[in-house]
Design a protein around this ligand. Structure first.
Ligand code: UT7
Length: 339
């Protein structure tokens, strides 16, 4: 039997209308454009305001992203068999965000579920999606990645609030017997609660009573500790997958890194000696959207992608959860971007 590969055949995305720039951020906390640009590399982030979301959460952005994907690819919505939503900020504990997206978009023949792996969520979702397709039982699925981080960001903590933004994107993943698509992944998870967590709101603390400490429902991060682990683990993972597949820096067309900090992205590229021009970077405009960063990079760079390009994705986040994936891109992005 021929091997079935899982290839990405389209990308959709959405970022909210409101843009919070560093000047406005400097009025919220004691910081400056200069510090944020130098230490993080963020200039602006999109924020999902109440006026825009009309009561919905991250599903609002994922729905918009999937609608754009369907419009671009012109596929029959009835042919979509599954939707996986990677997010740490679901609309509700239940039902799943995927069920909301499926209903909003009108996917009559799809099953869906959410998965949570913080900033590595989309990386893991690609592997899960490729597994469904490799089983031979599913041919066409949608993977969403995104987060509504402003809902859980502490805007009194200057060490975290400038980093985060809101956004979501999605990809269409389809079966092919050609040699394109997700080739291999190196994925890892260990257990580090203290340096990066949201304390309340899960079943350990806070389902039965309103917390009197709202900050415990927001992201806590020990920046320097997380920074070091992010650089080491993402660099090791990228180097491992490149070596395993005998990929030289010349072979690699693009590195697609989690957008956590421009200094982390640069350090990862330096480790395997890939020039900056081959690294997808949009952190300056959209900041860190957690599970949204990888698909939002694809969304932004799609028109530059060519059939046969070799991509290495890498991400790192709470857990810690991290890894790298090797993919051969399956279409010329310019076909969807005629401008
Ligand atoms: O996406 C999930 C994974 N997350 C990450 O990968 C994030 C990893 N961590 C980071 O990106 C960085 O550690 C941060 C951006 C969070 C912080 O940058 P840093 O260069 O590690 O800063 P720091 O925490 O070492 O603080 C350096 C100084 C401190 O002042 P002193 O003690 O040296 O006087 C901070 O108080 O910078 C100060 N500082 C700020 N100053 C102006 C911290 N935040 C700010 C700020 N504006 N926003």
């Amino acid at each position: 039997m021929e091997k079935i590969n899982a290839v990405i055949t389209g990308v959709g995305g959405y970022v909210p209308q409101y843009i919070l720039d560093n000047d406005e951020m400097s009025k919220i906390v004691d910081t400056s454009d200069e510090w944020i640009m130098e230490r993080i590399g963020v200039k602006t982030r999109h924020i999902l305001k109440d006026e825009e979301r009309n009561g919905a959460g991250v599903s609002y952005m994922m729905t918009k992203a999937v609608q754009e994907l369907l419009q671009k690819t012109q596929i029959d919505p009835d042919s979509v068999e599954a939707v996986i939503c990677a997010t740490s900020t679901p609309d509700y504990v239940l039902p799943s965000t995927a069920s909301l997206v499926i209903g909003n978009v009108g996917l009559k023949n799809a099953f869906g579920f959410d998965m949570e792996a913080a900033c590595a969520g989309f990386l893991y979702a690609m592997e899960m999606g490729a597994g469904l397709i490799a089983s031979g039982r599913f041919k066409r699925i949608i993977l969403c990645g995104g987060d509504f981080l402003s809902a859980i960001t502490n805007y009194e903590d200057r060490t975290t609030c400038p980093i985060f933004g809101d956004g979501a994107a999605c990809v269409l993943m389809e079966a092919t017997t050609e040699n394109y698509g997700l080739i291999d992944s190196y994925l890892r998870t260990n257990s580090h609660y203290d340096p990066l967590h949201v304390a309340d709101g899960g079943t350990a603390n806070g389902f039965q009573q309103e917390t009197d400490k709202p900050r415990r429902r927001m992201i806590y991060q020990e920046g320097r500790f997380v920074f070091k682990h992010a650089v080491t683990n993402m660099s090791d993972a990228v180097e491992y997958i490149a070596k395993k597949h005998h990929l030289t820096n010349e072979d690699i067309a693009w590195i697609v890194p989690h957008q956590a900090n421009i200094r982390i992205e640069e350090a990862v590229a330096r480790r395997i000696d890939v020039p900056k021009e081959k690294v997808m970077i949009n952190i300056e405009r959209v900041a860190n959207t957690s599970a949204g960063t990888l698909p939002l990079c694809l969304w932004e760079y799609e028109k530059q992608l060519k059939k046969g390009d070799k991509l290495i994705f890498t991400a790192f986040g709470a857990g810690f959860s991290w890894g790298a994936s090797y993919m051969i891109w399956g279409y010329d992005g310019s076909k969807f971007n005629k401008d």
